[in-house]
Design a protein around this ligand. Structure first.
Ligand code: SAM
Length: 486
C-alpha cells in the first residue's frame, strides 16, 4: 500500500485535521512515510491566517514538485485545508503538477480521492464544496502516533466562525459556525479516556460559541446529561484585584449555563479523564457561567487563552471585536479570582490599519496590567476579501516590525518574571513522554500549561506527578521529581 507524508502549517485545529486524515489513511492500509522524499503521497495542510503561511506552503509545493520531477519520481501531491479552501482551482492553475485540492469540509474524503488518483481513475481533483455534517467528521485519532497524543488528545467540537473580525479570513476558509452535539463529543472523549488518554483539549475556531447556532439541539442533549446552573458574578469584574486572594465559595446558582459550559460539565463527568482544556475561545464567551466553571470543575485546568488583539478601544472597534479593554481586564480579574495562579495567554496583532503610536501604547499598557504568561504577537497581514485590507492608513511594514519587536520585548520580560516565580515550587505535571530534543529527558505540562523538562524515562509517560522546579529556560521549567512525595 502507498505511504503518505503530511506536513501541517498553522494552528492546533490544522494539526488535529492532519491527525484525523493520517488516521483515516492508516485505517485504509496506507503507511506513514518518515519523510516527504520517500512518500508516495505528500499532502500539505495549509493555513491562510497570514500571507507568510500561504507563501511558505506554495514555496514548499514548488520545491516538492521540482524535486520529484528532477528525480523522475511519481508522487501524488495535494493541498488540504484553509488555503485549499480559499484558493481552490487557482492552486492548480498556478502549480499544474498539483493533483489534489481538498477544502476544509472535505478532510474525510481524502482516502477516497487518493484511491482515485493513485489508480489513475482521475487525474486531478478539486473539492472545496460545503458538506453538511462535516463538523462531525474529524474524529479518528492516532493514539500511538506520538508520545504526546497517547496521553493527551485534541477533540474538534465545532467548525467555522460567525464573528467576522475585520482582519480575519477564517469565516471564508472555515465557513459558518457548525457544532457537533454534546453526546457525540462526549462519546469521542469517553472512547479516548478508555484508551488511556488523560487530558483532552476541546478545539474550535471559537469554542465559546459552541452550540450557539444549534441551541435547541444542544439544550435537549444537556437536559439529558443534567444541566448545571451558574451564579452571576458581581458587575464586570472592574472592582476585583488583578492578583487576588484564593477564591471564596461561589454564590448560589441562578441561571442555566451556555451550551459550551454544558459541554464542559458533560466531559468533566467522564471517568478516567484527569484534565480538560479548550482553545480558541473569544473573550466575549467568558460569561459568568464559564468563570464559574473554572471555580467548580477541578478537571478544568487553570489555563486560559484570551485573544486580545489590541489594547486600544478604538482599534478593537475597527476590528469588530465586541469588547473594550476594561471589559477584557474585568474577565482576567474574574478568572484570577475564580482560579488564583491561572495561566493566561493571548494573541495580539500589531500594525492594524490606522493603529497610531497612542493606540499601540494602549496595547503595551494593557500587557503590563494583565501580565500575560505568554503572548503570540502577529504583524498585521492584509487578507483578501476582508474589510481591514481596504481600510485607510495601512501601517508601513517597518513600523509594524518595530512595534512587533517592542511588544515582544515587554511580553518576554513579563513572562520571564512569571516563569522565575516557579523556581522552588512544587507543581503537578502530566508527563507526555521523552523530550523531542533530548531522549534522556521527559516532558510534561503543568495545569497552567507550562512545559516542564526533567530527567526521566518512558516509565513516566502518562503519569500525573509532582516535581519541584529547579530552574527556568526560555518558556520552559526544569524540574526534579526525585525530591517529591517523600
Ligand atoms: N479565536 C481567535 C479570536 O478570538 O480571534 C481567532 C484565532 S486566529 C485563527 C489566530 C490568531 O491569528 C488571531 O487571534 C490573530 O491574532 C491572528 N490573526 C488573524 N488574522 C490575522 C491577520 N490578518 N494578520 C495578522 N494576524 C492575524
Amino acid at each position: 500500500m502507498p505511504s503518505v507524508f503530511i506536513k501541517t502549517y498553522g494552528c492546533q485545529m490544522n494539526e488535529r485535521d492532519s491527525e484525523a486524515v493520517a488516521a483515516q489513511l492508516l485505517a485504509k492500509g496506507y503507511s506513514l512515510a518518515p519523510s516527504e522524499s520517500v512518500a508516495d503521497v505528500v499532502l500539505l495542510n495549509t493555513c491562510s491566517v497570514r500571507d507568510l503561511a500561504e507563501q511558505k506552503a506554495i514555496n514548499k509545493m514548488r520545491n516538492l514538485v521540482g524535486t520529484a520531477r528532477s528525480e523522475k519520481r511519481d508522487q501524488i501531491v495535494g493541498f488540504l485545508g484553509c488555503m485549499a479552501q480559499s484558493r481552490g482551482r487557482e492552486l492548480i492553475d498556478r502549480l499544474p503538477d498539483v493533483d489534489l485540492v481538498l477544502g476544509t469540509q472535505k478532510f474525510h474524503r481524502a482516502a477516497e480521492y487518493l484511491d482515485e488518483l493513485l489508480s489513475g481513475k482521475r487525474e486531478k481533483i478539486v473539492d472545496v464544496a460545503p458538506e453538511a455534517k462535516s463538523e462531525a467528521a474529524i474524529r479518528e485519532h492516532l493514539l500511538n502516533g506520538s508520545a504526546r497524543t497517547s496521553v493527551s488528545a485534541f477533540v474538534s467540537i465545532m467548525q467555522g466562525c460567525n464573528q467576522h473580525c475585520t482582519f480575519c479570513i477564517v469565516p471564508a476558509t472555515r465557513g459558518e459556525e457548525r457544532s457537533r452535539t454534546i453526546p457525540d463529543v462526549v462519546a469521542e472523549c469517553r472512547e479516548l479516556a478508555e484508551r488511556g488518554v488523560k487530558e483532552i483539549t476541546l478545539l474550535g475556531q471559537i469554542v465559546t460559541s459552541f452550540g450557539r447556532s444549534e441551541k435547541r439541539e444542544a439544550w435537549q442533549a444537556a437536559q439529558m446529561l443534567g444541566n448545571q446552573a451558574f451564579p452571576v458574578l458581581p458587575d464586570g469584574g472592574a472592582d476585583l484585584p488583578l492578583n487576588p486572594l484564593p477564591a471564596a465559595s461561589p454564590p448560589a446558582p441562578t441561571r442555566p449555563s451556555s451550551p459550551f459550559v454544558q459541554l464542559l460539565d458533560a466531559v468533566h463527568a467522564i471517568a478516567g479523564l484527569e484534565r480538560i482544556r479548550f482553545t480558541s475561545p473569544h473573550p466575549k464567551g467568558y460569561g459568568d457561567d464559564l468563570v464559574d466553571a473554572y471555580a467548580r470543575l477541578p478537571k478544568l485546568c487553570e489555563s486560559a487563552h484570551l485573544p486580545l488583539q489590541s489594547g486600544s478601544d478604538r482599534i478593537l472597534k475597527l476590528m469588530h471585536r465586541g469588547y473594550t479593554r476594561e471589559k477584557f481586564l474585568g474577565i482576567i480579574r474574574k478568572l484570577r479570582r475564580a482560579r488564583p495562579g491561572i495561566g493566561i495567554t493571548t494573541d495580539i496583532i500589531v500594525g492594524f490599519p490606522g493603529e497610531t503610536e497612542e493606540d499601540f501604547a494602549q496595547t503595551l499598557s494593557l500587557c503590563r496590567e494583565a501580565e500575560f504568561d505568554n503572548a503570540y504577537i502577529f504583524k498585521y497581514s492584509p487578507r483578501r476579501d476582508t474589510p481591514a485590507a481596504d481600510m485607510p492608513d495601512q501601517v508601513p511594514t517597518p513600523i509594524r516590525e518595530e512595534r512587533n519587536h517592542r511588544l515582544l520585548e515587554l511580553v518576554n520580560d513579563i513572562a520571564a518574571r512569571k516563569y522565575d516565580a516557579f523556581v522552588g515550587r512544587q507543581v503537578q505535571i502530566l508527563v507526555e513522554g521523552p523530550s523531542r530534543k533530548n531522549a534522556a529527558r521527559c516532558t510534561g505540562r503543568t495545569r497552567c500549561n507550562k512545559i516542564v523538562l526533567f530527567d526521566g524515562g518512558d516509565r513516566h509517560r502518562g503519569q500525573l506527578m509532582d516535581v519541584k522546579i529547579e530552574r527556568t529556560g526560555s518558556f520552559t521549567l526544569y524540574g526534579d521529581p526525585a525530591v517529591v512525595n517523600l
